[in-house]
Design a protein around this ligand. Sequence first.
Ligand code: NDP
Ligand code: 2IT
Length: 445
Amino acid sequence: MQTAVKAIIEDVYARNPHEPEFLQAVQEVAEIIIPYMNEHPEYLKANLFERLVEPERMIVFRVPWVDDAGNFRINRGYRVQMNSAIGPYKGGLRFHPSVNPSILKFLAFEQVLKNSLTMLPMGGGKGGSDFDPKGKSDQEVMRFCQSFMTELHRHIGAETDVPAGDIGVGSREVGFLFGQYKRLANEFSGVITGKGFAYGGSLIRPEATGYGLLFFVEEMLKEKGDSLMGKVITVSGSGNVAQHAIEKAIQMGGKPVTASDSSGMIYDPNGIDLEKLAYIKELKNTRRGRISEYAEKYQVEYHPGKKPWHIPCDIALPCATQNELDEEDARVLIENGCMLVAEGANMPTTPEAVRRFQNLHITYAPGKASNAGGVATSGLEMTQNALHASWTAEKVESELKQIMQSIHSQCKQYGQNYNYIDYVKGANLAGFIRVAEAMLAEGHV
Ligand code: NDP
Ligand code: 2IT
């Protein structure tokens, strides 16, 4: 069995050199899926794994734009259309200087299995650019988004490929991207999700990833006969996912004590309450400032260059970026009594850290399960757009909660071990099987 995993993985390594994030994501999935495939010869015969790791299509393009000083600028744009077996490609766009094919392929690959777990008809994709929105004026961001969409528009569509936000792409960017698509295609459609409510967006989509994460954590705790009440929670990041994870954690009786950005972290031992969260939202979404300002305003500790994992907590929620929680962080978290880790970000925990959590049976959920609420609600936005309807916040939130509960049940069904749930195994197997069945049925495409 191990030989088969090794051979297939070696081939993926050989075909994708210099793509460490993509190989990291594939390795984790391969260790679960290939032994399962060995018991299902029809999957092996169809070379399903080899097909799963090969994007159906990758688009790379030049994005020319002009900055406020009149300089000609060039960035690189991408869309990875990974797998359309169960629906149109679906996944976010990331604008960050680190964006490259490895990062987008890892994200697109994770997206395929995540979208499958939602049980909604969405394939997997991801895109973005090495453009850095930080420090750019609104006009510069608009010109960039218009240029980016001028090329991307010919590759996407409400029934073809439906982008959304991710790091560096929030409501401002989605608005500009949608506006340009509409103009080029002469069509008002659900081509992108995360839209403003005024022009076809779904209520609760902005909140959905963070809220969904907490609904998932609630299920994980229920499984242990426990609840969020009184739990001390460390959160990394201070963007879309972190803000709404903090919000729902407070609503459920938890006590979030940290937030961070790429410059450092704040520690508020009294807990971030709704009023302080409103300050973070204004700071990050409107003024686009640094989290250090929170420490000045509320007279709490600021640790430049640090992540929150040295702060004692019951629950850790990494909500910033990939590989932000390493083995040493895991060791310190465990030493300080952390009992549960759930990923709001995509692949924030390094494989060594995951192993450490799993060896000690620290309850750990991978992002493809615990952060699927965002894309699930994007799916609900697509449904509302197709119906030309707009659902209430209560309806969307209740659907989101049910989807997170269903994802938890699937993890349990496929990951239940003697006395604990292996969420990595459960999420990967459940996500894979649906895609695999569709790929088999659709033939060798
Ligand atoms: P935002 O851009 O809104 O926020 C990102 C946050 O993470 C910021 O606080 C940012 O700090 C920090 N961050 C980004 N890159 C780094 C880095 N290299 N090192 C340290 N901190 C960093 O993005 P989101 O909140 O939307 O996304 C956060 C994570 O959640 C990502 O992994 C994304 O893929 C994942 N995700 C997002 C979903 C969504 O619906 N938005 C859905 C599912 C997963 P700074 O401002 O200093 O850069
Ligand atoms: O990683 C993710 O799931 C997202 N960034 C959300 C994708 C989406 O299409 O809503």
